[in-house]
Write a protein that binds this ligand. Structure first.
Ligand code: AMP
Length: 289
């Protein structure tokens, strides 16, 4: 496994691999790897001759006062995990090489990047789309693998890829969870022991919503009100958003249907956590028919 920091060297390796007829699969991350990331790498290994993992804490997707400076980093441990996952190349550039002096070009997706995280983190998706399109140009993958954990991010990247005719297949994989239901996240490390327990309110809210829907409650406002009440019972919880949206447009829905996704962003103390789930499974739809 090689660790490449240079943009030029990475691009040259990609060109050579392409010329040799190899398929490049790509997993973009901010590092501090956990099993969620590893599940993406496992699929990447299956899908590509050359598996590239990027580790880059991208400054342009963080807003003022967010956790850019304290975001957990451990390249040594990540390298060991990547090696075990049979990664071929870790691309870990410096921010000054991705955004050199004079840098002035940004990619902005309208519409679906505006609600939810886009509204509470202005500029977040502009930063993500910019860095992902640059990484696509540097690494030249045929397939790129993302997690459904960041549901809106995946939707925005699919939109960008389609709109810009980028020759990359975008795959989204299921959310990998701790045994007790908490969605794995590099940011979970910020939680104190007590906050870690309170953080379960996110996955529990998804379960509660599905139970409500299963019992016949299809009114989004009623479901959201119930969830907000539950979340507010946690002493360190502060709700950013609790919304039920159409899975493709991310527009708020009035009644739950087969396209409904529940999306949550909740601060537990200073740590902002997100989670999401579809609300209706295929079986439930056919049963209701
Ligand atoms: P991050 O390093 O947090 O920016 O995440 C890098 C990629 O891993 C993104 O595509 C995330 O959606 C994905 N990811 C993060 N957490 C999980 C998880 N618990 N399960 C599956 N994928 C995840």
């Amino acid at each position: 496994m090689d660790i490449i920091k240079s943009v030029t060297e990475m691009q040259q390796r990609a060109v050579s691999a392409r010329t040799a007829g190899q398929t490049i699969s790509f997993v973009p991350t901010m590092g501090f790897l956990h099993q969620g990331h590893l599940s993406l790498l496992e699929e990447g290994r299956r899908r590509g001759d050359l598996l590239v993992l990027s580790i880059f804490v991208n400054p342009t997707q963080f807003g003022p006062g967010e956790d850019l400076d304290v975001y957990p980093r451990d390249l040594e441990q990540d390298s060991q995990l990547a090696q075990q996952a049979d990664v071929d190349i870790i691309f870990a550039p410096d921010a000054k090489d991705i955004y050199p002096p004079g840098y002035a070009t940004y990619v902005n997706v309208e519409g679906i990047s505006e609600p939810l995280c886009g509204s509470s983190r202005p500029g977040h998706f502009r930063g993500i789309c910019t860095v992902v399109s640059k990484l696509f140009n540097i690494i030249q993958p045929q397939v790129a693998i993302f997690g459904n954990k960041d549901f809106q991010q995946l939707a925005v990247i699919k939109r960008m890829t389609l709109d810009m005719n980028l020759p990359v297949e975008i795959l989204g994989l299921p959310i990998f969870r701790e045994a007790d239901g908490l969605a794995m996240s590099s940011r979970n490390v910020y939680l104190t022991q007590d906050q870690r327990k309170q953080a379960l309110v996110l996955s529990q809210s998804l379960a509660t919503a599905k139970e409500l829907v299963g019992a016949g409650e299809l009114d989004c406002a009623a479901i959201i009100a119930q969830l907000k009440k539950n979340i507010a019972q946690q002493p360190d919880a502060r709700i950013d958003y609790v919304q039920i949206c159409h899975q493709l447009t991310l527009e708020d829905q009035i009644r739950v249907d087969a396209d409904s996704v529940l999306l949550l962003a909740v601060f537990i103390g200073k740590t902002r956590l997100i989670d999401n789930s579809h609300l209706v499974t295929f079986c439930e739809i056919t049963n209701n028919d």
